[in-house]
Design a protein. Structure first.
Length: 378
């Protein structure tokens, strides 16, 4: 296989200090470098990591005015990244998402194979106003039009793209590493009381059903604590903190990017609540599965396509309250944990995911240069 020059755009940068696309970009870029490819990841100049390389990955820092002008700055940042990428003559450009990049589709490097990871139906997110949702539908169309190849991180997204746009996308989910014996040994009783608290980990956004989950817990008679991981600095986060300030059982821990600590907390939780209702295969869900957490998930096709029958499901706060008061970690629950761990080991492990990215990237490069692929003109 030819060693390729690959660029990854569309994230705030690596190592991950933000979210899903940063998470997978971190693993995939480092994995591709180990396989002999030259990989460049574009970072916001505001990213806390200021060096020019990480784990063998070339880091390109681009000006990002989001901190000055708000959301519009994301479009400027993506434009700055693209203009630099045009000068670098990459074999392949991998765009993580399309929200603020597809409007620049006409500027995508013509001689590079353009692959877009199509994200998770961004226009469905309830945090966005109607005009923004309409724009995101338009951005999705532009991403389809100006990209040559597509990745879906969920089978639900893959089916949606095939049905709506009649395009084939390669299904490649996120990955995780199974909980190791070494990790198990590092956890002491003092650091975490085993199975003594409920846990959720999410960005503070309405579609992650945080209010639903905490309302259900708030209404329960549980004596356990509920630990919430996520930055509560945004407007919705402040609302959530205020809404539940009188429940001393609910503890807001802020955002934690120490993966070992997060995995230990997931492993030690009594029940892990996953409220994400929009998007593809969510990385925090896979991490919870890998960390041998017992999972209660919001009842939607995205979560069910990953968990199948190996989770408890809820649709409203009353069902959350019922789970809080009735779930016992025995018998069938232990079997769920084991089954989810096996899914990580055989279906969602990082080596397999990186192999799939490498194979698809190589295939796209070959097709681009042998079939003269041009963007879709839908």
């Amino acid at each position: 296989m030819k060693n390729l020059r690959i660029a990854i755009l569309g994230t705030r940068g690596i190592p991950n200090h933000y979210g899903g696309f940063e998470h997978i970009s971190e693993y995939v870029s480092a994995g591709l470098v180990k396989r002999g490819h030259a990989v460049t990841v574009y970072n916001s100049h505001n990213h806390p990591y200021k060096y020019d390389s990480w784990e063998g990955v070339n880091i390109k820092h681009c000006f990002d005015p989001e901190y000055v002008i708000g959301t519009a700055g994301q479009f400027v940042y993506d434009l700055n990244c693209l203009m630099d990428a045009r000068r670098q003559k990459f074999d392949v450009v991998l765009l993580m998402g399309y929200t603020s990049s597809s409007v620049w589709g006409r500027l995508y490097p013509q001689n590079s194979a353009i692959i877009t990871n199509m994200d998770g139906l961004e226009w469905k997110r309830s945090k966005y106003s109607k005009p923004v949702q309409q724009f995101l539908k338009y951005a999705e169309k532009l991403a389809v039009k100006y990209s040559q190849f597509y990745i879906s991180d969920s089978r639900v997204i893959k089916d949606y793209l095939e049905d709506k746009y009649q395009i084939h996308s390669q299904y490649i989910p996120y990955g995780a590493d199974v909980y190791s014996e070494q990790e198990r040994e590092q956890l002491t009783k003092k650091e975490a009381k085993k199975e003594d608290y409920f846990l959720l980990m999410a960005r503070m956004e309405p579609e992650n059903n945080i209010e639903t989950i905490l309302t259900g817990f708030n209404n329960s008679n549980s004596r356990k604590h509920f630990q919430v991981l996520g930055d509560t600095g945004n407007r919705f986060g402040k609302f959530i903190r205020h809404r539940f300030k009188n429940d001393e059982r609910i503890e807001f821990k802020g955002a934690i990017f120490d993966n070992a600590k997060v995995r230990a907390m997931q492993n030690s939780s009594y029940l892990y609540f996953h409220g994400h209702s929009v998007g593809g295969t969510n990385p925090s869900l896979l991490e919870a599965m890998a960390s041998e957490a017992l999972i209660a998930a919001h009842n939607n096709p995205f979560n069910k396509s990953v968990l199948n029958s190996d989770a408890f499901y809820f649709s409203d706060s009353e069902e959350v309250r019922y789970l809080v008061e009735t779930v016992r970690r025995e018998g069938n629950a232990r079997e769920m944990i084991k089954n989810n761990r096996n899914k990580i080991a055989f279906q969602f492990n990082w080596e397999k995911i990186i192999d799939e990215y490498e194979a698809f990237i190589a295939e796209c490069y070959e097709r681009k240069h042998h079939e003269r692929i041009i963007p879709n003109q839908r």
